[in-house]
Unconditional design. Structure first.
Length: 84
């Protein structure tokens, strides 16, 4: 796999928590709290997987980790305050 393709895949995986949080928000708004929590929890898997991948390669995760984990933490707190 070329280096450029690997970088694109890595960026997309770091951005994937955005999709999980959006789907969880829609589920919370539709009154499907347990399903919303399930989707929100699943959003942690790609971010944690990429963190492990970066640790295994001894690379700094970069700004993608900050955005991904920051979004999960902030919106997880908001979901908990509104639907916990």
């Amino acid at each position: 796999m070329s280096q450029q393709r690997a970088v694109v895949i890595e960026r997309n995986i770091w951005a994937s928590p955005v999709l999980f949080v959006m789907v969880a928000w829609v589920l919370f708004k539709a009154g499907q709290g347990p399903a919303g929590w399930l989707v929100y929890g699943a959003g942690w898997l790609p971010a944690l997987g990429m963190l492990g991948w970066c640790a295994a390669r001894r690379r700094a995760p970069g700004i993608g980790a900050v955005v991904g984990f920051g979004l999960l933490l902030v919106l997880g707190g908001l979901f908990w305050l509104n639907h916990g």
